[in-house]
Write a protein that binds this ligand. Sequence first.
Ligand SMILES: [Zn+2]
Length: 276
Amino acid sequence: MPDLSHLRAHLDLIFPDEDLLSPLKPADKDKLMELYVLYQQGLGKPNPEWIAEGLSEDAQEAILKAYGEVSETGRLAVLRASLKNLAKVCPYCGFGEVRDLDHHLQKKIYKCFSIFPLNLVPSCSKCNGHKPRKPRKKSTHQHINAYLEDLSFCEFFVADIDISGGAVLATFKIEKQKGMSDETLQRLKQHLKDFKLYERYPSQVNIFLASQQVALDDNFRAGGAEGVKAFLMRSAAANVKSLGINDWRGALFVGLAKNDEFCDGGFYKALGFPPP
Ligand SMILES: [Zn+2]
């Protein structure tokens, strides 16, 4: 979670009260702070009322413009740096380098949240680029706010593995779990579609599995298929600790462990390196 203790200070820095020409007056800042609370309470789900409520068009434009200060050389550069430090990798795809700040609610439409930390998600440039330009109207298509919606209560991300074609084909999918609403299930599926993860995972899987060759070989030599399975499940558990319960690498490890052919030496051919 971002530090939310400087929200008013950020506004005062960009829009000083003593500046009589400032487009954001103290009363506007009060209103904006109220909107911030509503955003947090509403888990960042789009609410068109927030666009029209209380702030003039000029004030909203000024807040949008203030996002320019959240650049590396802007007056809110510290905010940018602290947000980017929150994520090891892009939280949308789980592998991209964090370079951008994505506006969870698009800033061209929800101008009032242009510099609100809970609306600024550190992300890779590809995910940021794939993001739709407008928030979805249908609740089943709306994006999950990376800060406000904790989905770690169940393991929903799984990978089916097929090596019959001579290479590892990993098909990732969302599985409905106990306690998960239909709406959340649909939103997670939409996430995979919108960020084009079905197309982007295969090359990541190949790169990642190439780094596992030596460990797979060692474990097969020492313990056969059971040794490989145990190694994969240990790796899955370690991955949960470092990257969370629904990271794609964890799902991949579990999927591979369930594939008997892969574990029983099939990985040599599927990963393209010679057996002992
Ligand atoms: Zn990404």
